[in-house]
Ligand binder design. Structure first.
Ligand code: ADP
Length: 363
């Protein structure tokens, strides 16, 4: 049966009181009549003197006192037993939680406590276990992040190492092309470190938005103008189909531009020469929706969600040579969600282009 702790305590005290009352009435019913009868019989045989009546009262009081002593002792014994039982039921789980929290503080994140009952203590134990679960998960992600970072740093660092070794040994010529290769690897490391810093701040909830009412279309057009030379260099056309009028949104203009640069930059990167990137926007169901569609390499269904996870690349070697760190979309997702919106990718499959859809709530 499901009782809360207050009810349990009440029941335990009632048990004590009832035991006392029961003991009192039981002993009174056994001893009092016998004592009284004995003395009335004595009074009758001796004649009713005042001394005898006084004796009757004295004896009766003594009997009642006797009864009280016995029943109080019984009640106290019962109270002791019941309260010891109740205290143990409360203290055992608390002691367990104390030990578990000390072990968790020492780094053992697998500690869990037993959930004994469905009362407040049971709830506390369950919440404690949830907390331990979250800490274990955070620790797991931290270890995973350190592993990923080490892995990501290894490639450019070993490239720089090989290039420098070649230069020292005289295998590589001391000419601008060699130094440019070194510079490219260093720039990649720099980008990676910047991305990682941004990612860790996003994951720790330390990125702050400077929200202000802005017209998102203006920001899309501005970003497109900034990227046009790169699109022209690769012969990929950039087409905008944007509505004339759009309600203003509460956005952080710099962060929104960062999202746009990431998605449009990816669209350019993963679209071969001669391709096209089309940006459209509309407003429906209380949301502003931006679609960035490319005619590039496309995405398999399995990758359409995974690409938003950190360090996920569809094809590791391809993205590495292209300089991608695999965290751009993760940061973009954080930024979109911080704006109260969401982002997803659509594609009809490999070779059929991809579309990235960003939805943001209207103010
Ligand atoms: P990266 O810096 O590697 O581009 P992102 O987080 O921006 O990292 O993207 C993750 C992965 O998603 C990329 O490595 C790429 O495989 C895939 N991707 C992103 N955008 C596109 C796109 N427009 N078309 C096809 N694949 C894409």
């Amino acid at each position: 049966m499901k009782f809360n702790l207050g009810v349990k305590l009440l029941i335990s005290y009632l048990v004590i009181v009832m035991t006392g009352v029961f003991a009192l009435s039981l002993t009174a019913s056994i001893f009092a009549p016998a004592a009284l009868d004995r003395h009335i019989a004595e009074m009758q045989s001796m004649g009713q003197s005042a001394a005898l009546v006084a004796d009757l009262h004295r004896n009766f009081r003594a009997a009642v006192n006797e009864i009280l002593v016995i029943s109080t002792s019984v009640a106290m014994l019962a109270a002791g037993a019941v309260s010891a039982f109740v205290t143990r039921r409360i203290l055992d789980p608390i002691r367990q939680m104390k030990t578990a929290s000390r072990l968790i503080a020492e780094g053992d994140y697998q500690q869990r406590v037993k959930v004994y009952e469905e009362d407040e203590l049971g709830e506390l134990a369950r919440t404690f276990n949830q907390m331990a679960e979250r800490l274990a998960h955070t620790e797991e992600r931290r270890m995973e992040l350190i592993g990923n970072v080490a892995h990501e740093l290894r490639t450019p660092l070993s490239s720089v190492g090989v290039l420098m070794e070649g230069l020292v040994d005289g295998v590589l010529p001391q000419e601008p092309a060699t130094y440019i290769s070194v510079q490219r690897e260093v720039a990649r490391l720099q980008r990676l470190v910047d991305d990682l810093q941004e990612l860790s701040r996003a994951e720790a909830g330390q990125l702050h938005l400077d929200l202000q009412p802005v017209n998102p279309i203006v920001l899309v057009e501005r970003t497109a103008d900034k990227l046009r030379p790169q699109f022209a260099d690769k012969s990929v056309s950039l087409v905008l189909h944007l509505p004339e009028r759009t309600p203003q949104l509460d956005l952080d203009p710099d962060r929104f531009t960062q999202i746009l640069i990431n998605i449009m930059g990816n669209a350019l990167q993963y679209t071969p020469e001669g391709g096209r990137v089309t940006v459209t926007a509309d407003t429906q169901a209380g949301a502003f929706r931006l679609r960035i569609a490319d005619t590039g390499i496309g995405l398999r269904l399995a990758d359409q969600q995974a690409i938003f996870e950190r360090f996920y690349r569809v094809e590791k070697s391809r993205a590495r040579t292209g300089g991608g760190s695999g965290v751009g979309l993760t940061i973009a997702r954080y930024l979109v969600e911080m704006h109260g919106g969401h982002i997803h990718a659509e594609s009809a499959g490999l070779g059929h282009g991809s579309t990235f859809v960003v939805s943001l709530p209207l103010t």
